[in-house]
Design a protein around this ligand. Structure first.
Ligand code: NAP
Ligand code: GDD
Length: 327
């Protein structure tokens, strides 16, 4: 039975990837960091099927011990400080987690067993001020946030360990991917959560920043399959994973409100507090290489994704309100 170690297993992608690997017959180990209260909502349903281990991207020895104890065939490095606005407020911590953290995981692999296959969660945020449209594996990077800069470091250190030590190390350059498990500070989930609350009468307004920003949004469940496919290929490489469609934040808003028969203009307020010091105005990825080499393709469309997220939030807030009434 193959085995895999996932850093960031408590995050959106970690939960989908753990499910996918279990379905493929893997033994799954998840790395979690210590917190005063457990933060396992996304993986509670998997708790009896995956093994959780404490370690931290900031602590090199904890990573070496973890790789030694679990002896995985594959390591998926999904852990990171992943929220762009926080990276402007905490640039040093972001660099330590999101950039140097990658080297620490690679060093653990180099120390324990160089045969372990490694996946790095690289990001379209690296393209930042885009140099061409759509972006491919060959497009040069111009990151626009400390998070993007840290991801560029993570990308290149992954390439460097592949070239220097012959480690099977692959970068997935993933464009934005969303789901009902997305953190509520990211724009898509902020919108769908608000739409559900407004529909159910428990919120009056939705305050957003730049409505003109364009993103290439896909479904996280589709994207974790691409991560796995990269590590099954006979040679390590770097791949863009995207839908090749872009939509503005406003289009997302319009579709989400339309799905519950509300007029978005009555509820949405533009608040400059959500503008960023430097914005990534547009992203659109060309995943031809992932499709042709790995056989990967998108299954959930943009409108399906929006509706899936609104429906899930409606259900979850109805449950929350029922529990409050019954308490
Ligand atoms: P997420 O929901 O924010 O999850 C991040 C995970 O990293 C959480 O499990 C978090 O643990 C963990 N983590 C953070 N700092 C850590 C530390 N010092 N030690 C150990 N664990 C730590 O992110 P996601 O959306 O699943 O994304 C997964 C990865 O893909 C990230 O690296 C992200 O930057 C990258 N990425 C995401 C997208 C996207 O659109 N979602 C696109 C491209 C790349 P806690 O639960 O304890 O906070
Ligand atoms: N978060 C947020 N909140 N974003 C807003 C808001 C708001 O109220 N209003 C407008 N936006 C705009 C942002 O300015 C940005 O242009 C866009 O919505 C998307 O923002 P996020 O959902 O926060 O995602 P992101 O694109 O900055 O970063 C995500 O995608 C990256 C891949 O490109 C994260 O998941 C990163 O971890 C990931 O690497």
């Amino acid at each position: 039975m193959p085995s895999a170690l996932i850093t960031g297993v408590t995050g959106q992608d970690g939960a989908y990837l753990a499910e996918w690997l279990l379905e493929q017959g893997y033994t799954v180990h998840g790395m979690v960091r210590r917190a005063s209260t457990e933060n396992f909502e996304r993986i509670n349903h998997l708790r009896d099927r995956i093994a959780l281990h404490q370690a931290d991207l900031l602590d090199q020895l904890s990573l070496v011990r973890l790789v030694e104890a679990t002896q995985p065939d594959e390591v998926y490095n999904l852990a990171a400080q992943s929220f762009v606005p926080t990276s402007f407020d905490q640039p040093l911590l972001t660099g330590d987690f999101t950039a140097l953290g990658v080297t620490r995981v690679l060093e653990a692999i180099r120390t324990v067993n160089r045969k372990i296959r490694f996946y790095q969660a690289s990001s379209s945020e690296m393209f930042g001020k885009v140099q061409e449209e759509p972006q491919t594996e060959k497009t040069s990077f111009w990151p626009r946030s400390p998070y993007g800069v840290a991801k560029v470091y993570g990308y290149w250190i992954t390439v460097n360990y592949r070239e220097s030590y012959d480690i099977f190390a692959a970068n997935g350059i993933l464009f934005n991917h969303e789901s009902p498990r997305r953190g509520k500070e990211f724009v898509t989930r902020k919108i769908t959560d608000a739409v559900a609350r407004i529909k159910l009468g428990v919120q009056q307004q939705l305050r957003l920043g730049n409505l003109a920003a364009k993103r290439d949004w896909g479904f996280a469940g589709d994207y974790v399959r691409a991560m796995w496919l990269m590590l099954q290929h006979h040679e390590p490489d770097d791949y863009v994973v995207a839908t090749n469609e872009d939509h503005t934040v406003q289009e997302f808003v319009e579709l989400a409100f339309e799905h519950v028969d509300l007029d978005w203009q009555k509820y949405v307020v533009v608040d400059p507090a959500f503008y960023r010091p430097a914005e990534v105005h547009t992203l659109r990825g060309d995943a031809t290489k992932a499709r042709e080499v790995l056989g990967w393709q998108v299954e959930v469309s943009f409108p399906e994704l929006v509706r899936m997220m609104v429906d899930a939030d409606l259900k979850s807030i109805e449950r929350e309100l029922r529990n409050q009434r019954d308490a």
